[in-house]
Design a protein around this ligand. Sequence first.
Ligand SMILES: [Zn+2]
Length: 251
Amino acid sequence: MATEKADALVLRVTDFSETSCVVTLFTREFGKVTGLAKGGRRLKGPFESALDLLALVRLVFLRKSSDALDLLTEAKLERRFRGHGRDLSTYYAGYYVAELLIELTDDYDPHPALFDLAVQTLADLAAGEPVRPLILHFELQLLEILGYLPSLSMCAECGDEVPGTGRVAFGTLHGGALCPRCRVGKQQVISVSAGVIRAMACLADGQGDAWRRLELHASTLGELRAVLNRYLSHLVGHALKMHRHLGPART
Ligand SMILES: [Zn+2]
C-alpha cells in the first residue's frame, strides 16, 4: 500500500454506511480513483464535509495493490463549484461534466490536461459564462484528449475531403464524416449541415479561444446536440443521463 496525494475533483459520492461513503474522484495525477472514506459522512474529521459533488479537493489516499477499494484518508476542500445563481442549466452542465469523466475515463489513467479543462469549465460555469458553448467545448476537447475525436474534414473511411457546403453525412458507428461514396449502405448515419462539422472542428481546436466567439444558430445547435448525443452514447454504450437536460436536439 502506498500513500498518495493528488488534486482531485469529486465525481460521485455513494453512502456506504451510517458514517462512511464510497467516492469516485478524477485526480490530476492518477486519473479516476474510487475509494472508501471512513467517516466521510461526518461533518468533522479528516474530510470536513469536503466530499461533495464537484468539490475540488486536496486528497490523500492509500492505494491498494489488489482489486480492493482504495482507502481515502483525508480531503481538504480547495474550492466548491456551484451553479450560477438560479440558472438550473449551469448545475446540469456541472453534473454532465462529472458524468462524462466517470463514463469515458479509466481508473488510474491520468490526463492532466483533461483535469485542468474540467476545472476551468466548472469555474467558467460558476462565473456565469454561456453554458452551451462551454459544454460543447468540453465535450469536443474531452474527445480530442482521450483520442475519440471523430473525423471531421476528411471521410472517416477513405480519407477524401468531405463537402464544405450543404449536407454532410456523419456516421456514428464509422468514426465521423463520410463522403457521398462511403455513406452508401451504412447504418446510423446522420445528415448534418457542413456548418455543424465546421463548428465541431472549431470547438475541438485546442489552440486559442476562437470557440468562445463561435456564433451558433439555433438549428446548428440542435444538430450539434443530436450528433454529439448519439456519438457519445455510442462510445459509452448507453444513453447519458444528463443529455435530456442539455436542450433540444434536432433529430
Ligand atoms: Zn469516403
